[in-house]
Design a protein around this ligand. Structure first.
Ligand SMILES: Nc1ncnc2c1ncn2[C@@H]1O[C@H](COP(=O)(O)OP(=O)(O)OP(=O)(O)O)[C@@H](O)[C@H]1O
Ligand SMILES: [Mg+2]
Length: 410
């Protein structure tokens, strides 16, 4: 890449001292001119080199600054409160609600407006304006007036359904019952158990049964890049619920923000901690009036920080296990309700052969059996189709080292 300029040859002239004076003078003049020439060439090259040095230095400075910025801790989220005339704005930091007067570069002043969310550094200089896409509030929450799932769609976990109804539905439907007896209903319900056993379904079904708005947020969505953003989302979540009472807040994969404190003290971990603290404080500050219920789910119960299980928080633990044989039979019946099933299909038999299957796996078994019928040009699904489907799933599983169910409990 380096295009080092060629150094001009050193001028050379033989000047005989025996030459007559005028000729010698002429030769010397010629030599002098050669030297001036070379000198010019060299100083042009020097200028060139100087230029390049400056450009490189600029580059180095920029990279150093970027590096510094990357190293210099994370950015904080703030909201622009007011834009003043002289390239100054007032921002309010999320998390501590501190208001700060700060300068804005002329590059940005035209673009900031009150209400904008911005990322600021330690000295409150605005680094970026967060656009609507970064504004996670709208996109990370799923709000449904009435989820489709009903209790009838859930098989094999009747006891869990009963418990959830008692802890979530009843306080919503009959708050006076609790008032009369003089007890507070459980604050939060935690559903835990292996993947695909119906935890999400269960939460949706309760919301379906009541008039409550269902607000779902995945724990992983709460793990955010910017300081203060996760806790802000938690606050938004509860604010949203208060606006839409009665409401059920469902935090799926809560382990993403509520795992036990680890040894490492990286700023990312600290941020996750802060988000969890915000959740706990929202729950603590909650009047158990019954209009807002909180359900969380995890399949990593072993990892959870015990702080979230204290009384007044997720104090009703409900294990949703893999279905037993009769549970599997029920789930099979549920998932074949819409299917054209031949008379020879023996669900009890299939239930016996599907030990260790989760609800989700049974659902895919039914779909797979339907595929066999289609492949054989039939519109009726026979027992043999189910047996073929079972075989296929077992085969797929054994070639798949990380098989689904065991994965999280290894
Ligand atoms: N008990 C069940 N009865 C009927 N269907 C079930 C049951 N459990 C799971 N399913 C089927 O599996 C799908 C996935 O279930 P769901 O999303 O509720 O599992 P989950 O327990 O939340 O899993 P994860 O821990 O992976 O989030 C459901 O849409 C449903 O079709
Ligand atoms: Mg789920």
């Amino acid at each position: 890449m380096s295009r080092s300029p060629s150094i001009p040859d050193r001028p050379h002239r033989d000047i005989d001292s025996d030459l007559p004076d005028d000729e010698r003078l002429e030769a010397l003049r010629g030599h002098y001119e050669d030297l001036v020439d070379v000198n010019e060439q060299l100083s042009a090259q020097l200028d060139d080199a100087e230029d390049r040095r400056e450009r490189l230095q600029g580059k180095v400075d920029r990279i150093e600054r970027e590096n510094e910025m990357l190293k210099s801790s994370s950015l904080y989220i703030a909201t622009v409160e007011d834009v003043l005339d002289d390239e100054q704005v007032i921002v309010k930091q999320h998390g501590n609600n501190q208001e700060v007067l700060t300068d804005v570069s002329s590059r940005m002043i035209d673009r900031v407006e009150p209400g904008d969310r911005v990322a600021v550094n330690d000295s409150f200089a605005i680094q970026t304006i967060l656009n609507a896409e970064t504004d996670a509030r709208a996109q990370s929450m799923e709000i449904t007036e009435k989820p489709e799932v009903t209790y009838d769609d859930i098989g094999g976990i009747d006891e869990q359904v009963r418990e959830v109804r008692e802890a979530v539905e009843q306080p919503l439907a009959e708050p006076e019952l609790f008032a009369e007896v003089g007890i507070d209903p459980p604050s939060g319900v935690l559903l835990y158990g292996p993947p695909g056993t119906g935890k999400t379904m269960l939460a949706k079904a309760v919301a379906h049964e009541t008039d409550a708005t269902f607000i779902k947020m995945a724990g992983s969505e709460l793990v955010r890049k910017f300081i203060g953003e996760g806790s802000r989302l938690v606050r938004d979540l509860f604010e949203m619920a208060r606006e839409r009472e009665p409401a059920i807040i469902f935090i799926d994969e809560i382990d993403a923000i509520a795992t036990r404190r680890t040894e490492s003290k990286t700023s990312g971990d600290a941020e996750v901690q802060r988000t969890m603290m915000q959740l706990l404080s929202e729950m603590d500050g909650f009047e158990a009036r019954g209009e807002i219920r909180i359900i969380a789910a995890t399949n990593r119960f072993d990892m959870l920080d015990r702080a979230i299980l204290r009384p007044g928080r997720f104090d009703r633990l409900i294990e949703v296990p893999e279905p037993d044989e009769s549970g599997r039979e029920q789930i099979l019946e549920i998932h074949t309700r819409e299917m054209n099933i031949a008379d020879d299909v023996d669900f009890a038999d299939l239930a016996a052969d599907t030990d260790g299957y989760s609800g989700a796996e049974i659902e895919s078994l039914a779909t797979e059996a339907g595929m066999f019928a289609i492949r054989n040009d039939r519109d009726e699904v026979t027992h043999a189709d189910f047996v073929d489907a079972l075989e296929k799933i077992e085969e797929d599983d054994s070639s798949d080292v990380v098989s689904s169910a065991g994965y999280f409990y290894q």
